[in-house]
Design a protein around this ligand. Sequence first.
Ligand code: C5P
Length: 236
Amino acid sequence: MKKLEQLYEGKAKKVFKTDDPELYIVDYKDDATAFNGEKKGTIMGKGVINNRVSNHLMKMLETHGIPTHFVEEISERETVVKKVTIVPLEVIVRNIAAGSLSKRLGLPEGTKMKSTVLEYSYKDDALGDPMVNDYHIAAMGLATKEELETIAGYALKVNEILSEYLKDLNIELIDFKLEFGKTSDGTIILADEISPDTCRFWDSTTGEKLDKDRFRRDMGGVEDAYKEVMKRLLGE
Ligand code: C5P
């Protein structure tokens, strides 16, 4: 397969066309941003780690019946994925209060909630990715009712599978963000990435943060935290 022209450059990844009309190549960068691009930096080696971690988790989820965009890892930073049109929603699942939910609702970080929270944000940088509900999504035509049911079902199932999987690695899954895409035949599949950039991972014993909050909050030890996640997941 040939890597052709760049289609898109996002904050953490570039996407390239290939000579197969149904496949793209994603190239993971070391660039890090936070707070809707206000904070910028580099996390050395992040692209390699996120590529490998995300692919590992997508493959694991596939074995549990979640359809994903993953096709083949072709280098340290590059992966072949199925071509999709991204549904313009950030799908956020929360088990423990943290981050923007803690701020919004006044629940201290680490508060155990009585049940899982599912949130959607409309992916729009200019608007700052505002939170939307099922009614906004239907009214704006961002997804049909059926599509949103599929997305919600997959997101909650991913939470169950991933929480269990990480528990064995002494990692508590606090919250995470998913994105879904539609293939040319209209099938909804899991897309984007699952990595320390998009999840909150806390060490189950010490509560140490092993994710992008170390970058967002200038806590130091960012690279080491990403490396630790890769080590626990991939054994290296
Ligand atoms: O910031 P907030 O608490 O809403 O984030 C919830 C979860 O979604 C966190 O795991 C965070 O890493 C992820 N997230 C993301 N990309 C965004 C917003 C949140 O990956 N643009």
